[in-house]
Write a protein that binds this ligand. Structure first.
Ligand code: AMP
Ligand code: ZN
Length: 464
């Protein structure tokens, strides 16, 4: 498999430390709010990565954290604590909102057929491990105490700028709005390992430590959890592009200084999903969640399909026209696949299976080119020489990675059904009021989403 490595900025042949086993760490959600569909795009990419590795025969051991402490509103160490702000917003405790939004996150990922990693760990369950690491960095004189907090001194790590590929001046420009002056820092990009002098007097979660009562900085959780579960050599670490700096940069610095050797070989980053006004952000107030899409009548797997159509390293702009287009395409594709199902089992053409599987693997091995993989799938469907059983065999196999339920009957979940009935009722009312223009518009809007309605004598039914 060839993958783009953000560390070397090259497409490289992927080779794990141990022949058949891949260790993979994914930065998990900060659970102060719902995930937006941009966040979910990143988790879809990581799911495709994990499943592709498995498709190529690797055993994948994957770990993900849940950030329930330490992430401030700027990714540097400034601004409000996201969890505390979330708890205040909802008049709940930090643990209550963490619990609520963790469940909401997994509810969304399940609907998107994103497999839950084997090991999922809450940041607050591993504070002892952060303390050990911070202590080690202090003993090595890589960390220092200032103003009550413990900071990492970035001048002690000579590869600090390797991942971002930027120098200190570029970074200052790139994160200008983010970096509040902290006079305790020796260098502007030194980062907090442990807060004792909390600027948040009402901080709910605090722990005893040799450096005083306090709480960990954001970056240390991923380093310590990854080291604990996946050992001193990590094959793949991934996240969204915004994680490159400072989060992953700081993770590398503190982990390699702690270990005394190189830590992770492959860094993979998914590009952002933007809306038409720019970057999607949870802290922007109104933001697009999977439930919002469902309330508007879109199936979650149509959103997964929408994401798979573009490469994970390209920015993707979300708008409803392209979502309608993808939904239609997805519904048609599904219908075509389902129409192949019949009771006569034909002989499988193994030569063709091998030929198409090879093409499909080549697409995935080409830095997870899912749009190319979908083209192979469409080619299978179009191939007049293939019988239905051969086509279905191939498609079932391809869907192990794509995970868009191509061979399953369409499941209309509660939210989608509610939406459809609401629209039907709205249309019936419009008809009663002789507002035929509105009635037609509703029918058209449903049709754009692949939902066909049919007026019977006594009722209206729908078909997807
Ligand atoms: P958070 O919950 O804010 O820690 O983010 C969870 C994941 O979503 C991280 O891997 C981020 O890099 C990623 N992410 C944040 N914003 C976007 C976006 N607009 N598009 C895609 N991924 C994003
Ligand atoms: Zn992380």
């Amino acid at each position: 498999m060839k993958l783009y490595n953000s560390l070397t900025k090259k497409i490289e042949n992927f080779i794990p430390f141990n022949e058949n086993e891949v260790t993979m760490y994914t930065c998990g959600p900060t659970v102060y709010h719902y995930a937006h569909i941009g966040n979910l795009r990143t988790y879809i990419f990581e799911d495709v990565l994990e499943k592709s590795l498995q498709y190529f025969g690797y055993n994948v051991k994957r770990v993900m954290n849940i950030t329930d402490v330490g992430h401030l509103s700027s990714d540097a160490d400034t601004g409000e604590d996201k969890m505390v702000a979330g708890a205040k917003r909802e008049n709940k405790s930090v643990l209550e909102i963490a619990d609520y939004y963790t469940k909401a996150f997994f509810n969304d990922t399940k609907k998107l057929n994103i497999r839950t990693p084997e090991i999922v760990e809450k940041a607050t369950d591993h504070v002892d491990k952060y303390i050990v690491m911070v202590q080690d960095l202090l003993e090595k004189d890589i960390a220092y105490k200032a103003g009550g907090n413990i900071y990492f001194d970035i001048t002690k790590y000579d590869k600090y700028y390797e991942l971002s590929g930027k120098n200190v001046e570029d970074l200052k420009i790139a994160v200008r709005d983010d970096v509040e002056q902290d006079d305790n820092k020796k260098n502007p990009f030194d980062f907090v390992l442990w807060f004792t002098k909390s600027k948040f007097e009402d901080q709910d979660l605090k722990w005893e430590s040799p450096f005083g009562m306090g709480y960990p900085g954001w970056h240390i959780e991923c380093s310590a959890i990854a080291l604990h579960y996946l050992g001193d050599h990590l094959d793949i670490h991934c996240g969204g592009v915004d994680n490159i700096f400072p989060h992953h940069t700081n993770e590398i610095a503190q982990t390699e200084c702690h270990l005394g050797h190189k830590w992770c070989n492959f860094w993979l980053h998914g590009e952002h999903l933007n809306d038409e006004t720019g970057k999607m952000s949870k802290s922007k107030g109104e933001f697009l969640t999977l439930s919002v899409l469902e309330e508007k009548g879109y199936h979650p797997l149509a959103y997964r399909f929408f994401c798979l159509k573009s490469h994970y390293r390209n920015q993707l702009v979300f708008n409803y026209d392209s979502m309608d287009y993808a939904t239609n395409e997805y519904n048609k594709l599904k219908k075509k696949v389902l129409s192949l199902k019949n009771d006569n089992k034909e002989e499988i053409d193994f030569e063709k299976v091998m030929e198409y599987t090879k093409k499909y693997k080549e697409a995935l091995a080409d830095d997870l080119n899912t749009s190319k993989a979908l083209t192979v799938l469409f080619d299978v469907l179009k191939d007049a020489q293939l019988n239905s059983t051969t086509k279905l065999t191939l498609i079932e196999d391809f869907d192990k990675v794509l995970s868009i339920d191509l061979t399953k009957e369409i499941e209309v979940d509660e939210e989608l059904e509610k939406y459809i009935f609401e629209q039907i009722e709205k249309r019936n009312n419009a008809k009663k009021e002789k507002n035929y223009a509105l009635a037609d518009q509703i029918r058209e809007e449903l049709l754009e989403k692949g939902i066909k309605i049919k007026d019977n004598k006594d009722n209206t039914t729908y078909e997807i």
